[in-house]
Design a protein around this ligand. Structure first.
Ligand SMILES: Cc1cc2nc3c(=O)[nH]c(=O)nc-3n(C[C@H](O)[C@H](O)[C@H](O)COP(=O)(O)OP(=O)(O)OC[C@H]3O[C@@H](n4cnc5c(N)ncnc54)[C@H](O)[C@@H]3O)c2cc1C
Length: 275
Protein backbone atom coordinates (compact mmCIF):
# COMPACT_ATOMS: atom_id res chain seq x y z
CA UNK A 1 0.00 0.00 0.00
CA UNK A 2 1.22 3.55 -0.82
CA UNK A 3 0.22 6.01 1.88
CA UNK A 4 0.64 9.77 1.30
CA UNK A 5 0.55 12.48 3.98
CA UNK A 6 0.60 15.82 2.08
CA UNK A 7 1.04 18.97 4.16
CA UNK A 8 -0.88 21.36 1.91
CA UNK A 9 -4.19 21.25 0.09
CA UNK A 10 -2.51 21.85 -3.27
CA UNK A 11 -0.24 18.84 -2.76
CA UNK A 12 -3.24 16.74 -1.69
CA UNK A 13 -5.12 17.71 -4.86
CA UNK A 14 -2.05 16.84 -6.96
CA UNK A 15 -1.72 13.40 -5.37
CA UNK A 16 -5.42 12.80 -5.99
CA UNK A 17 -4.67 12.81 -9.74
CA UNK A 18 -3.00 9.39 -9.21
CA UNK A 19 -5.27 6.69 -10.67
CA UNK A 20 -7.22 4.62 -8.13
CA UNK A 21 -6.34 6.88 -5.22
CA UNK A 22 -8.56 6.85 -2.12
CA UNK A 23 -8.97 9.66 0.39
CA UNK A 24 -8.78 8.93 4.10
CA UNK A 25 -9.61 11.30 6.95
CA UNK A 26 -10.09 9.47 10.26
CA UNK A 27 -10.08 6.11 8.48
CA UNK A 28 -12.83 4.69 10.73
CA UNK A 29 -15.03 3.83 7.76
CA UNK A 30 -12.26 3.42 5.19
CA UNK A 31 -10.02 0.85 6.86
CA UNK A 32 -12.76 -1.57 7.98
CA UNK A 33 -14.08 -1.43 4.37
CA UNK A 34 -10.57 -2.09 3.01
CA UNK A 35 -10.45 -5.31 5.04
CA UNK A 36 -13.65 -6.33 3.29
CA UNK A 37 -11.93 -5.82 -0.07
CA UNK A 38 -13.29 -2.33 -0.79
CA UNK A 39 -11.07 0.69 -1.44
CA UNK A 40 -7.73 1.25 -3.16
CA UNK A 41 -4.21 0.62 -2.07
CA UNK A 42 -3.04 4.16 -2.97
CA UNK A 43 -4.21 6.16 0.02
CA UNK A 44 -4.19 9.92 0.47
CA UNK A 45 -4.44 10.88 4.14
CA UNK A 46 -5.79 14.39 4.81
CA UNK A 47 -4.76 14.43 8.45
CA UNK A 48 -1.75 16.73 7.95
CA UNK A 49 -3.42 19.28 5.66
CA UNK A 50 -3.68 22.48 7.75
CA UNK A 51 -6.24 24.16 5.45
CA UNK A 52 -8.75 21.48 6.43
CA UNK A 53 -8.38 21.89 10.18
CA UNK A 54 -10.64 23.76 12.56
CA UNK A 55 -13.91 25.62 12.58
CA UNK A 56 -14.44 29.24 11.59
CA UNK A 57 -17.36 31.58 12.13
CA UNK A 58 -17.93 34.12 9.37
CA UNK A 59 -20.58 36.79 8.90
CA UNK A 60 -22.91 34.44 7.04
CA UNK A 61 -22.33 31.15 8.81
CA UNK A 62 -20.11 28.52 10.39
CA UNK A 63 -17.56 26.54 8.40
CA UNK A 64 -16.37 23.14 9.61
CA UNK A 65 -13.07 22.16 8.04
CA UNK A 66 -13.11 18.66 6.55
CA UNK A 67 -10.52 17.59 9.11
CA UNK A 68 -12.72 18.51 12.07
CA UNK A 69 -13.32 15.49 14.28
CA UNK A 70 -16.55 14.75 16.06
CA UNK A 71 -14.87 15.43 19.44
CA UNK A 72 -13.64 18.85 18.29
CA UNK A 73 -17.13 19.78 17.09
CA UNK A 74 -18.76 18.54 20.31
CA UNK A 75 -16.42 20.75 22.37
CA UNK A 76 -16.89 23.83 20.15
CA UNK A 77 -18.83 26.85 21.34
CA UNK A 78 -21.89 26.73 19.07
CA UNK A 79 -25.44 28.08 19.51
CA UNK A 80 -28.37 25.85 20.59
CA UNK A 81 -29.42 25.22 16.97
CA UNK A 82 -26.34 22.95 16.78
CA UNK A 83 -27.34 20.85 19.81
CA UNK A 84 -28.82 18.13 17.59
CA UNK A 85 -25.51 17.89 15.74
CA UNK A 86 -23.60 17.66 19.02
CA UNK A 87 -25.98 14.98 20.33
CA UNK A 88 -25.54 13.07 17.06
CA UNK A 89 -21.76 13.35 17.41
CA UNK A 90 -21.91 11.81 20.87
CA UNK A 91 -23.68 8.81 19.29
CA UNK A 92 -20.95 8.15 16.70
CA UNK A 93 -19.25 4.97 17.91
CA UNK A 94 -17.19 5.49 21.05
CA UNK A 95 -15.12 8.42 22.32
CA UNK A 96 -12.08 6.86 20.63
CA UNK A 97 -13.96 6.88 17.31
CA UNK A 98 -15.16 10.47 17.87
CA UNK A 99 -11.57 11.57 18.56
CA UNK A 100 -10.47 10.34 15.13
CA UNK A 101 -13.50 10.34 12.85
CA UNK A 102 -14.58 13.44 10.95
CA UNK A 103 -17.93 14.92 10.02
CA UNK A 104 -16.71 15.04 6.40
CA UNK A 105 -15.96 11.30 6.39
CA UNK A 106 -19.44 10.60 7.74
CA UNK A 107 -20.97 12.52 4.81
CA UNK A 108 -18.67 11.12 2.10
CA UNK A 109 -19.23 7.56 3.28
CA UNK A 110 -22.94 8.18 2.58
CA UNK A 111 -24.37 5.45 4.76
CA UNK A 112 -28.17 5.66 5.16
CA UNK A 113 -27.48 5.30 8.89
CA UNK A 114 -24.83 8.04 9.12
CA UNK A 115 -25.66 9.78 12.38
CA UNK A 116 -24.41 13.20 11.27
CA UNK A 117 -26.66 13.60 8.26
CA UNK A 118 -30.12 14.41 9.72
CA UNK A 119 -28.79 17.18 11.98
CA UNK A 120 -26.76 18.71 9.15
CA UNK A 121 -29.78 18.54 6.81
CA UNK A 122 -31.88 20.29 9.44
CA UNK A 123 -29.24 23.05 9.50
CA UNK A 124 -29.54 23.54 5.70
CA UNK A 125 -25.86 22.64 5.34
CA UNK A 126 -23.78 22.89 2.21
CA UNK A 127 -20.54 21.18 1.31
CA UNK A 128 -17.56 22.66 -0.49
CA UNK A 129 -15.60 20.50 -2.93
CA UNK A 130 -12.28 21.32 -4.55
CA UNK A 131 -10.38 19.77 -7.45
CA UNK A 132 -7.05 20.68 -9.05
CA UNK A 133 -8.65 20.90 -12.50
CA UNK A 134 -11.87 22.82 -11.79
CA UNK A 135 -11.33 24.73 -8.55
CA UNK A 136 -14.03 25.05 -5.90
CA UNK A 137 -17.76 24.45 -5.95
CA UNK A 138 -20.52 24.49 -3.33
CA UNK A 139 -23.51 22.20 -3.26
CA UNK A 140 -26.29 21.67 -0.74
CA UNK A 141 -25.92 18.57 1.40
CA UNK A 142 -29.34 17.47 0.13
CA UNK A 143 -28.00 17.41 -3.45
CA UNK A 144 -24.60 16.02 -2.45
CA UNK A 145 -26.07 12.79 -1.05
CA UNK A 146 -27.31 10.72 -3.99
CA UNK A 147 -28.03 7.26 -2.57
CA UNK A 148 -26.60 4.40 -0.55
CA UNK A 149 -22.81 5.02 -0.58
CA UNK A 150 -23.29 7.46 -3.48
CA UNK A 151 -22.45 11.15 -3.50
CA UNK A 152 -22.02 13.87 -6.08
CA UNK A 153 -18.24 13.96 -5.39
CA UNK A 154 -16.07 13.45 -8.47
CA UNK A 155 -12.98 11.24 -8.22
CA UNK A 156 -10.61 14.23 -8.31
CA UNK A 157 -12.47 16.24 -5.65
CA UNK A 158 -11.78 16.67 -1.95
CA UNK A 159 -14.61 17.73 0.33
CA UNK A 160 -12.85 20.69 1.94
CA UNK A 161 -15.53 22.01 4.30
CA UNK A 162 -19.11 21.87 5.52
CA UNK A 163 -20.85 25.24 5.65
CA UNK A 164 -23.86 25.98 7.88
CA UNK A 165 -25.63 29.30 7.24
CA UNK A 166 -26.30 31.05 10.57
CA UNK A 167 -29.51 29.55 11.95
CA UNK A 168 -32.06 31.86 13.63
CA UNK A 169 -30.71 32.94 17.05
CA UNK A 170 -33.64 31.46 18.97
CA UNK A 171 -33.60 28.11 17.16
CA UNK A 172 -33.26 25.08 19.40
CA UNK A 173 -32.68 21.51 18.33
CA UNK A 174 -32.62 17.93 19.48
CA UNK A 175 -31.45 14.58 18.10
CA UNK A 176 -32.80 11.17 18.94
CA UNK A 177 -31.35 7.81 17.89
CA UNK A 178 -33.02 4.45 18.33
CA UNK A 179 -30.77 1.39 18.33
CA UNK A 180 -30.96 -2.10 19.70
CA UNK A 181 -28.75 -1.00 22.62
CA UNK A 182 -27.61 2.31 24.06
CA UNK A 183 -24.05 2.66 22.71
CA UNK A 184 -21.91 1.56 19.77
CA UNK A 185 -24.88 0.70 17.65
CA UNK A 186 -26.11 1.36 14.12
CA UNK A 187 -29.36 3.35 14.08
CA UNK A 188 -32.73 1.71 13.50
CA UNK A 189 -34.09 5.20 13.01
CA UNK A 190 -33.02 8.69 14.02
CA UNK A 191 -34.55 12.14 14.02
CA UNK A 192 -33.21 15.70 14.21
CA UNK A 193 -35.70 18.46 15.02
CA UNK A 194 -34.92 22.18 14.86
CA UNK A 195 -37.61 24.63 15.90
CA UNK A 196 -38.27 28.33 16.42
CA UNK A 197 -41.35 29.39 18.41
CA UNK A 198 -42.89 32.81 18.99
CA UNK A 199 -43.82 34.04 22.48
CA UNK A 200 -47.20 32.25 22.32
CA UNK A 201 -45.62 28.90 21.43
CA UNK A 202 -46.57 29.09 17.76
CA UNK A 203 -44.17 27.59 15.26
CA UNK A 204 -42.18 30.08 13.16
CA UNK A 205 -39.73 27.54 11.73
CA UNK A 206 -39.65 23.75 11.92
CA UNK A 207 -37.11 21.40 10.39
CA UNK A 208 -37.44 17.66 10.78
CA UNK A 209 -34.91 15.26 9.28
CA UNK A 210 -35.08 11.48 9.55
CA UNK A 211 -32.26 9.00 8.96
CA UNK A 212 -31.99 5.21 8.48
CA UNK A 213 -35.52 5.02 7.01
CA UNK A 214 -34.61 5.66 3.34
CA UNK A 215 -31.49 5.38 1.16
CA UNK A 216 -30.68 9.01 2.02
CA UNK A 217 -31.89 10.86 5.14
CA UNK A 218 -34.94 13.00 4.39
CA UNK A 219 -36.42 16.32 5.51
CA UNK A 220 -40.16 15.90 6.13
CA UNK A 221 -41.24 19.01 4.27
CA UNK A 222 -45.02 18.48 4.45
CA UNK A 223 -44.87 18.23 8.24
CA UNK A 224 -42.56 21.26 8.39
CA UNK A 225 -44.82 23.42 6.22
CA UNK A 226 -48.05 22.38 7.93
CA UNK A 227 -46.66 23.24 11.36
CA UNK A 228 -45.96 26.89 10.56
CA UNK A 229 -48.38 29.05 12.56
CA UNK A 230 -49.63 26.12 14.66
CA UNK A 231 -49.10 25.90 18.39
CA UNK A 232 -46.34 23.35 18.91
CA UNK A 233 -48.70 21.22 21.04
CA UNK A 234 -50.96 20.85 18.00
CA UNK A 235 -48.25 19.24 15.86
CA UNK A 236 -49.42 15.69 15.19
CA UNK A 237 -47.18 13.46 13.10
CA UNK A 238 -49.34 11.47 10.68
CA UNK A 239 -48.43 8.64 8.32
CA UNK A 240 -48.82 10.87 5.26
CA UNK A 241 -46.08 13.15 6.64
CA UNK A 242 -43.71 10.18 6.30
CA UNK A 243 -44.58 9.53 2.64
CA UNK A 244 -41.05 10.04 1.31
CA UNK A 245 -39.57 7.43 3.70
CA UNK A 246 -38.98 3.88 2.48
CA UNK A 247 -37.74 1.87 5.46
CA UNK A 248 -36.42 -1.63 4.83
CA UNK A 249 -36.39 -4.93 6.69
CA UNK A 250 -32.88 -5.76 7.87
CA UNK A 251 -31.08 -7.44 10.75
CA UNK A 252 -31.75 -4.46 13.01
CA UNK A 253 -35.51 -4.03 12.54
CA UNK A 254 -38.43 -4.71 10.24
CA UNK A 255 -39.78 -1.98 7.98
CA UNK A 256 -43.07 -2.09 9.89
CA UNK A 257 -41.25 -1.50 13.17
CA UNK A 258 -39.32 1.41 11.68
CA UNK A 259 -42.54 3.03 10.40
CA UNK A 260 -44.10 2.90 13.85
CA UNK A 261 -40.95 3.80 15.74
CA UNK A 262 -39.99 6.81 13.67
CA UNK A 263 -43.47 8.34 13.87
CA UNK A 264 -43.32 8.14 17.66
CA UNK A 265 -39.70 9.31 17.70
CA UNK A 266 -40.55 12.50 15.78
CA UNK A 267 -43.54 13.21 18.02
CA UNK A 268 -41.43 12.80 21.16
CA UNK A 269 -38.59 14.86 19.69
CA UNK A 270 -40.97 17.78 19.11
CA UNK A 271 -42.01 17.69 22.79
CA UNK A 272 -38.41 17.26 23.90
CA UNK A 273 -37.02 20.17 21.91
CA UNK A 274 -39.65 22.50 23.36
CA UNK A 275 -39.49 21.09 26.87
C1 LIG B 1 -16.45 0.91 15.81
C2 LIG B 1 -17.14 1.91 14.91
C3 LIG B 1 -18.34 2.45 15.30
C4 LIG B 1 -18.99 3.39 14.48
N1 LIG B 1 -20.17 3.91 14.90
C5 LIG B 1 -20.81 4.82 14.13
C6 LIG B 1 -22.04 5.39 14.57
O1 LIG B 1 -22.56 5.08 15.64
N2 LIG B 1 -22.65 6.28 13.75
C7 LIG B 1 -22.10 6.66 12.55
O2 LIG B 1 -22.69 7.51 11.86
N3 LIG B 1 -20.93 6.14 12.13
C8 LIG B 1 -20.28 5.22 12.89
N4 LIG B 1 -19.10 4.69 12.45
C9 LIG B 1 -18.60 5.07 11.14
C10 LIG B 1 -17.55 6.21 11.14
O3 LIG B 1 -16.87 6.30 12.36
C11 LIG B 1 -18.18 7.57 10.81
O4 LIG B 1 -18.91 7.52 9.61
C12 LIG B 1 -17.09 8.67 10.70
O5 LIG B 1 -17.65 9.95 10.82
C13 LIG B 1 -16.26 8.56 9.43
O6 LIG B 1 -15.28 9.58 9.46
P1 LIG B 1 -13.76 9.28 9.06
O7 LIG B 1 -13.05 10.58 9.10
O8 LIG B 1 -13.19 8.19 9.88
O9 LIG B 1 -13.98 8.78 7.57
P2 LIG B 1 -12.96 7.90 6.64
O10 LIG B 1 -13.04 6.47 7.05
O11 LIG B 1 -11.62 8.55 6.64
O12 LIG B 1 -13.65 8.12 5.24
C14 LIG B 1 -14.96 7.66 4.97
C15 LIG B 1 -15.22 7.81 3.47
O13 LIG B 1 -15.23 9.18 3.12
C16 LIG B 1 -14.19 9.50 2.19
N5 LIG B 1 -13.62 10.78 2.65
C17 LIG B 1 -13.22 11.06 3.91
N6 LIG B 1 -12.88 12.36 4.00
C18 LIG B 1 -13.07 12.90 2.77
C19 LIG B 1 -12.90 14.21 2.23
N7 LIG B 1 -12.49 15.24 2.98
N8 LIG B 1 -13.17 14.42 0.92
C20 LIG B 1 -13.62 13.38 0.14
N9 LIG B 1 -13.81 12.13 0.61
C21 LIG B 1 -13.53 11.89 1.91
C22 LIG B 1 -13.21 8.34 2.23
O14 LIG B 1 -12.58 8.14 1.00
C23 LIG B 1 -14.15 7.19 2.59
O15 LIG B 1 -14.80 6.71 1.42
C24 LIG B 1 -18.42 3.75 13.24
C25 LIG B 1 -17.19 3.20 12.84
C26 LIG B 1 -16.55 2.27 13.66
C27 LIG B 1 -15.24 1.70 13.23
Amino acid sequence: MALYFPTSLNDALDILRTPDCSIVSGGTDYFPALKRGQGNTVVLSLTKVPELHGLTTAQNGVRFGAGLTWSQMIKADLPPAFNALKLAGKEVGSIQIQNTATLAGNLCNASPAADGVPALLALDSEVELQSAARGTRQITLKDFLKGVRQTDRKADEILTSIFVPHPPKDMRSVFSKLGSRSYLVISICMTAVNIVLDNEGQVCDLRVAVGACSPVAQRLTSLEEEAIGQHWRDIKVREDHLAQLSPIDDVRASAAYRWAAVQEQIQRSVSEVVG
